[in-house]
Design a protein. Structure first.
Length: 61
């Protein structure tokens, strides 16, 4: 069960075409900017944001 004191945002990024690594990086930066800009609406401190992720290539079908 999720900790009720934790707010989770799930962001996605482009995979293809064109498969450019820089596009995915920019998508993540954009998502983080949005989270920080709207954090107050969700009761989140913009200075207290952590991120985690994994490789899309590591996902199994």
């Amino acid at each position: 069960m999720a900790d009720p004191s934790v707010t989770v945002f799930s962001a996605e990024y482009r995979l293809a075409p064109p498969p450019r690594r820089q596009d995915a990086i920019e998508d993540v930066k954009c998502a983080l900017g949005w989270i920080r800009a709207t954090a107050g609406e969700y009761g989140v401190a913009p200075s207290n944001v952590s991120i985690a992720g994994d490789s899309a290539a590591a996902s199994s079908p």
